[in-house]
Design a protein around this ligand. Structure first.
Ligand SMILES: [Zn+2]
Length: 167
């Protein structure tokens, strides 16, 4: 599988239900397997949405025993990034609103889900939530992503996309 973001972008995505989606990049802070500081998030397609089980660890601590709010936002933002594979668009975060409803604890698995709520031209409105093992929603998030073209990612990104196209 390609290790760069655009590999999954295409018509209604190649990913089948329940199949793990490819990382956005080798070093992506949210999901890159090569980033030692990253979250190594693994997400699957679930119908028209995505889901992931995730455990925050001591690298992500805010208050003792509790995940840092920024770390939680990183994971949620990255989950929205996985949703783009399902939506079939190249897009970037314009805004991200996170509601911290209860502490997200370290060392405990959480279920993260996201789906597209609405689309208006370039605007993708997306919703997400994080639930604990008992099904309690501890975080909700709303994001606006804007579709972009390859030029947005500069020369390096354009070269990567070009290389992928030739495969
Ligand atoms: Zn990622």
């Amino acid at each position: 599988m390609n290790d760069t973001y655009p590999s999954g972008v295409g018509p209604a995505t190649a990913a089948k239900d329940d199949e793990f989606l490819p990382p956005h990049a080798q070093d992506c802070l949210g999901c890159g397997p090569g980033n030692p500081h990253g979250h190594h998030l693994q997400a699957r397609r679930s119908g028209e949405g995505v889901d992931a089980q995730h455990v925050f660890d001591k690298r992500h601590v805010g208050a003792p025993g509790i995940a840092h709010g920024g770390a939680v936002a990183t994971v949620v933002d990255d989950l929205f990034g996985f949703l783009l594979y399902v939506v079939g668009e190249l897009a970037v975060t314009r805004n991200l609103n996170v509601e911290y409803l209860a502490p997200v604890r370290l060392g405990v698995p959480y279920q993260c889900q996201a789906e597209l709520a609405q689309r208006e031209r370039r605007k993708l409105f997306m919703n997400a939530r994080v639930k604990d093992q008992g099904g309690l929603v501890v975080v909700t998030a709303r994001a606006l992503f804007l579709t972009v073209d390859v030029a947005h990612f500069g020369d390096e990104g354009a070269a990567t996309f070009d290389m992928l196209r030739r495969r």
